[in-house]
Design a protein around this ligand. Structure first.
Ligand code: FAD
Length: 412
């Protein structure tokens, strides 16, 4: 059998879980050569980014070196950005080199979508990478310190207004943790007067938060957030962001901290010749997750335009990318062995959202839950999803320490 070259683009959930599955199913097959190309040399566990941004978890504890997953000596990691895919000639290009592939797995994920809102990209923080989370934490620390030297309460209130644009799961979890971080941790170091001037605001374009949850949970989440002190402004479409504030519905709100978590769009990779995209920019795939015209190219995770039977796009979630990864790896093996391919069938296994202060809400298999026990389930599930036992232990230690003492406010 002649050697087979497989390239995976992206070292996130889709890419790493595909590699892990390949390691299992090819089991040191000396004909299979796998190259993983990713911008970073680490895998990032995005679901806990908001806890890094708010001092709850050490940044190092939610990343894993990709080298750890390589498995066989026939696997290679190339740290770099894919700049073009010559899909007709099965060649992949980065800035410094190019190589041929027999099979290609595309999992480069998504990036923040600012929906062309003027000033948003220039003036907003985002929460997609480890650097983003560290930037937010450092900025909070700087701002509170700056405000402590200002005597005008009005000016202080404007500086200490933290605005989160987007009321989906990321916005809600970030707002909850931010509220706890700013109002509890900093109370140890600054006066109560100053802490009372802090506000955390969620701006949401829809009439409710967390539109993917059922009605009772949406209402409950709103009540919990408001009880915890988070201000929620609904039906507010942000149409401009400046360095001093945001504008929506003909109103303006002063802030030095606008965090944009209002949406993502698939990474735009250049293909020659160009290929078919869905109207939301995701790659057109069939039920086996193969690109329409190229059966040796698979797309999964946030970039994949996989749909449910009713034609609705499958959500951009880590839990989806990891399950798609199993199907992609198995289908490539089946294709090599001339066997029948398996379709990807999406099943929503549930959603859990942490609301800070020992509170969470969620739905698992249509079972609605909320409260302290749900929060405990949320933590247990996320801990179990971290890949290595070392990081599970480290995050568990961070969480335990946070119960008994304040969070870390060192700037990184
Ligand atoms: C703050 C936050 C919280 C989230 N919380 C949850 C959650 O609780 N539950 C859940 O299920 N999902 C959650 N998600 C969504 C989840 O992270 C994504 O759906 C998932 O990461 C998608 O996997 P992926 O492999 O497609 O992309 P990613 O995991 O983003 O991986 C893409 C990788 O490709 C690399 N890359 C990009 N472009 C190139 C290129 N040109 N060349 C080489 N490499 C490239 C990137 O650097 C990255 O390493 C969250 C996302 C965010 C941002």
């Amino acid at each position: 059998m002649k050697p087979i070259y497989i390239t995976i683009v992206g070292g996130g959930f889709g890419g790493i879980y595909t590699l892990k599955k390949f390691n299992k199913i090819f089991n040191k097959n000396s004909n299979i050569h796998i190259t993983l190309v990713s911008e970073n040399n680490y895998f990032l566990f995005t679901p806990l980014l908001h806890e890094v941004a708010t001092g709850g978890i050490n940044p190092q504890n939610i990343i894993e070196p990709i080298k750890k997953f390589l498995g066989s000596s026939l696997n290679t990691l190339y740290v770099g950005k894919v700049t073009n895919i010559d899909i007709k000639n099965s060649k992949i290009e980065t800035r410094n080199r190019y190589w041929d592939y027999d099979y290609l797995v595309l999992a480069p994920g998504a990036e923040t979508n600012f929906f062309n809102t003027p000033g948003a990209e220039e003036n907003c923080f985002t929460l997609k990478s480890l650097e983003d989370a560290i930037k937010i934490k450092n900025h909070c620390i700087t701002l509170i310190d700056k405000a402590s030297f200002i005597s005008s309460r009005e000016e202080r209130k404007n500086i200490l207004r933290f605005v989160i644009i987007g009321g989906g799961p990321t916005g809600v979890e970030l707002a909850s943790e931010l509220e706890e971080f700013l109002k509890q941790t900093f109370l140890r170091y600054y006066t109560k007067d100053l802490i009372d001037d802090i506000s955390v605001v969620i701006i949401q374009k829809d009439s409710e938060l967390l539109v993917q949850l059922s009605k009772p949970l949406r209402e409950k989440s709103l009540k919990i957030l408001q009880k915890n002190g988070v201000e929620v402004i609904l039906n507010a479409l942000v149409n401009k962001v400046t360095k001093d504030g945001i504008e929506f519905n003909n109103k303006s709100l002063k802030t030095n901290t606008a965090i944009w978590v209002a949406g993502v769009k698939p990474i735009n990779i250049s293909f020659s010749p160009s290929i078919s995209l869905e109207n939301n920019g995701r790659l057109k795939v069939n039920q086996y997750l193969q690109l329409d015209q190229y059966s040796n190219v698979y797309a999964l995770g946030d970039i994949s335009g996989a749909k449910e039977d009713n034609g609705i796009f499958i959500p951009m979630l880590a839990q989806v990318a990891t399950r798609e990864a199993n199907i992609v790896a198995e289908n490539i093996k089946n294709q090599i062995e001339d066997k029948t391919l398996k379709p990807f069938i999406y099943k929503n296994i549930g959603t859990l959202i942490s609301l800070g202060r020992w509170m969470a809400v969620g739905e698992i298999s249509h079972f609605i839950m909320s409260g302290h026990f749900t929060w405990f389930v949320w933590r247990t599930i996320y801990l179990s999803k971290l890949i290595s036992w070392q990081k599970k232990v480290k995050v568990a230690i961070d969480w335990t320490i946070n119960i008994f003492s304040e969070r870390d406010i060192s700037k990184l």
